[in-house]
Design a protein around this ligand. Structure first.
Ligand code: PLP
Length: 356
């Protein structure tokens, strides 16, 4: 019988959110609270009518637009089918069987999947108060090949201080590749101090995505800033025609409409902060978040599972965070205000000991 090679056989399938409940509202995947910019949709419609053609393998227009908006060299940009493709390709390209890959204790679970795909060795570094500890990461990275952090992080929502990525870089050996995943960077208040120029050192990569603030999760477009020597190696691993014609057009339209993206971010933050304030007033200990989701801790794993079931019975699907070592927490994506009010009503009743 044909069998997968041993390290793939040993892997569990990637656990996505359980969204089977018909008519339920998903607050489980950190998608945007509103559809993409009308400009993105208009450009995609034109692109769809040209879909007999392969897409641009070099993402030329999209890279030029990103370069204009962020002031970075287009030659340093690589695009992927979501940042997931780039994360997996980074692990595949720069770590092999048995090599050390360091992630934080409550890491975004796909970092672990990417490590397993490469048959590399996962090393988890302790966090400090649900926040990445650069000291612990640097300590764990002795002899390792890659360090992955998300900043802001998923599922904690926390971020490290503005100067911390540079301190982490300085504490790592020159042979270690540092990957800073800024999937939620547009929501954070350190936008202007972003890390893109760190790639100049030749051993740091910064990732972004169109799936969150730009509302294009369904289009699957991620991008990153890479030292050019690393980009050339990584591109050998990527599908040479990875991002579809329509998706490139959508991402181009989205990046050209910065006002719409900023408005999405502002709406998300206002709804998120009102929700968090209400829950804190009801007695929940909600960590400060710099993303489009909120982490909700409960007294125990059991209490979180019970709350999850009650919320599902109200048609609200959140995500329990066992995969990130936080099984006593549920994570809620920020949706529109009426959905967040419904969610807060149920959670506040629970806090009062009323089973809704
Ligand atoms: C930290 C982090 N990185 C990467 C991703 C994957 O994003 P994409 O849709 O670009 O593959 C996510 C998605 O939730 C995420 O939370």
């Amino acid at each position: 019988m044909t069998q997968a090679i041993p390290h793939i056989r040993a892997m569990a399938p990637y656990a996505l959110a359980e969204l089977s409940a018909g008519g339920a509202i998903s607050l489980a995947q950190n998608e945007s609270l509103r559809p993409p910019s009308p400009r993105a949709i208009a450009l995609a419609q034109t692109a769809l009518s040209q879909s007999q053609l392969y897409p641009d393998p070099d993402w030329t227009e999209l890279r030029q637009a990103l370069s204009r908006v962020h002031g970075i060299d287009p030659e340093q940009i690589v695009c992927g089918t979501g940042s997931l493709e780039l994360i997996a390709a980074l692990a595949q390209t720069f770590a092999g069987p048995g090599d050390g890959v360091v992630v934080p204790e409550h890491a975004y679970p796909f970092f672990k999947t990417a490590t397993a795909l490469s048959d590399a060795r996962l090393i988890a570094a302790p966090e400090s108060g649900l926040t990445v500890s650069c000291e612990a990461m640097a300590c764990a990275a002795q002899g390792a090949k890659i360090v992955f952090i998300a900043n802001p992080a998923n599922p904690t929502g926390t971020r490290i201080p503005t100067d911390a990525p540079r301190r982490l870089r300085a504490a790592l050996g020159p042979e270690v590749l540092l990957v800073i995943d800024e999937a939620y960077g547009e929501f954070a208040d350190h936008l202007d101090a972003r890390c893109f120029d760190m790639v100049e050192d030749g051993r740091t990569v910064v990732l972004r995505t169109f799936s969150k603030a730009y509302g294009l999760a369904g289009a699957r477009v991620g991008w990153g800033v890479f030292p050019s020597a690393l980009a050339s190696e990584l591109r050998k691993v990527l599908n040479p025609n990875n991002v579809s014609l329509a998706s490139q057009a959508m991402a181009l339209g989205a990046v050209e409409d910065q006002a719409y993206m900023r408005d999405t971010v502002a709406q998300t933050i206002a709804i998120r902060d009102a929700f968090r304030t209400r829950l804190c007033a009801a007695g929940y200990d909600i960590p400060e978040t710099h993303t489009n989701f909120v982490l909700i801790p409960f007294a125990s794993d059991y209490a979180a599972a019970e709350a999850d079931a009650v919320l599902k019975s109200h048609g609200l699907v959140l995500r329990q965070q066992g995969g990130a070592g936080l099984p006593h927490c549920l994570r809620a994506t920020v949706c529109d205000a009426s959905v967040m009010d419904r969610l807060a009503d149920v959670l506040c009743d629970m806090a009062k000991g009323e089973t809704p």
